[in-house]
Design a protein around this ligand. Structure first.
Ligand code: SAH
Length: 396
């Protein structure tokens, strides 16, 4: 099979990162592209002196190849089935597959050795997202393999790649079920129920990556007055309610997000008057509230820096946002503050929060340093896979 594949030859010396198992080939490393190569094709990679370096998916762009394997394995149904089985076994080992937890990430791209592919599982539905043309073409193979995972019980596969595939590839993907169809969209995370809107929601419909951090928040919630900024589906709010918060206020600028939050609170705590939500801009809301109203604040904004070019403005954004929270949080308050921008490093985020703290003049201590959970693993050879950063701060 591999003999039929086209071969991409690298420039002299450019094989080094692949020899260190980094899973990308940048376009600048390529000496020669084969004729008539098409986006999404599976290709062999060879060093300048003729050594086979592995196999990957080709695409046009700065990342030209996403590596699938460092040998000449056939990229077929058996290949995807094996990777999916390994990923499933890891989630089992992590204790994430339980009657009271049916929500988790099954495939985290490079972190599960399937670059360009994301799969989140919500009960018997898997949401599949392609970030590369190669994975777009493999979608049916992956979807079928998902439904065949032993004991997984996946019946529906929703394909959601309208916004994640490179626009220039002109693949025009349509968000739709590619296997099965709508059954129920209620998923369970740590015993809490959530309406998951994978049809129209952000990402695959839910921020699966905050599960562990929400659990930690619950432990701080007893009798607290909680402000959940950028609440989206109200994940942190629902956990705070379970933790025994005195009151929980959820804020999001999107009216749709507020509807989702209200529905999720109602689903778990019907007619509970401790919760209130506000469809309002976060900066405006923080600006108008009185000092000391809240003693537990969550700041989980969207990625302020989607690209390296936006880092400077993003740093200003994180500083302003955190400064507003430091100004308003009650003495003895706890601040959960996050950044999900891949382009902002842990150190940069900490610097922005540090600067905001210093501006407030308050005594601030770091209690926890948070990151993404174990079902979003980071391939050690691909540090770019680490994106979520959080700090839990004690503010006196
Ligand atoms: N904390 C959420 C995820 C947050 S996603 C969770 O655990 O699921 C970011 C959210 O911020 C989105 O819902 C978006 O609508 C909202 N948002 C973006 N800009 C905003 C702003 N300026 N003010 C308030 N909300 C905003």
């Amino acid at each position: 099979m591999s003999s039929k594949l086209k071969t991409i030859i690298l420039k002299r010396g450019k094989e080094e990162s692949l020899l260190r198992f980094h899973p990308w080939v940048f376009s600048g490393a390529i000496a020669r592209l084969p004729e008539n190569i098409e986006e999404g094709e599976t290709v062999r990679i060879e060093s300048y002196d003729g050594k086979t370096l592995g196999i990957g998916h080709y695409e046009i762009g700065s990342i030209a190849v996403r590596m699938l394997d460092n040998s000449e394995t056939a990229i077929d149904t058996a290949f995807y089935t094996e990777r999916l089985n390994q990923a499933w076994a890891l989630r089992q080992r992590l204790g994430l597959i339980r009657p009271d937890n049916s929500t988790f990430r099954l495939i985290h791209g490079e972190g599960d050795f399937l670059p360009g592919c994301v799969v989140d599982v919500y009960g018997d539905t898997a949401v599949l997202q392609a970030h590369s043309p190669g994975m777009h073409f493999a979608r049916m193979t992956i979807a079928e393999a998902l439904t065949l995972l032993p004991d997984a019980g996946i019946k529906n596969v929703y394909y959601k790649s309208e916004t994640t595939l490179p626009f220039k590839a002109r693949l025009d993907p349509v968000n739709d079920y590619i296997i099965g169809g709508y059954k129920t969209n209620i998923a369970i995370e740590n015993g809490l129920k959530f309406n998951i809107d994978w049809l129209k929601g952000q990402k695959t419909g839910f921020f699966v990556d905050q599960r562990d951090n929400r659990s930690l928040l619950q432990q701080f919630s007893k009798d607290a007055k909680v402000l959940n900024m950028f609440c989206y589906t109200g994940g942190f709010s629902v956990y705070a309610m379970r933790g025994g918060a005195q009151l929980v206020h959820s804020v999001d600028s999107s009216a749709k997000a507020i509807t989702l939050t209200d529905a999720n609170i109602e689903l778990n705590f019907p007619a509970d008057t401790r919760h209130k939500s506000f469809a309002e801009d976060a900066f405006k809301f923080l600006g108008r509230i009185d000092k000391g109203m809240y003693d537990l604040i969550i700041l989980d904004p969207p990625a302020f820096a989607k690209h390296r070019s936006a880092v400077k403005n993003a740093m200003i954004g994180y500083r302003r946002l955190n400064a507003a929270a430091f100004e308003k949080i009650a003495p003895g308050g706890i601040l959960f503050t996050f950044s999900c921008s891949q382009a902002i490093s842990k150190e940069q985020f900490r610097l922005a929060v540090f600067t905001a703290a210093a501006l407030s003049g308050r005594k601030v201590r770091i209690l926890h340093q948070l990151t993404q959970p174990a079902d979003h693993p980071v391939n050690i050879y691909h540090p770019e896979g680490e994106y979520l950063k959080g700090l839990v701060l004690y503010v006196e």
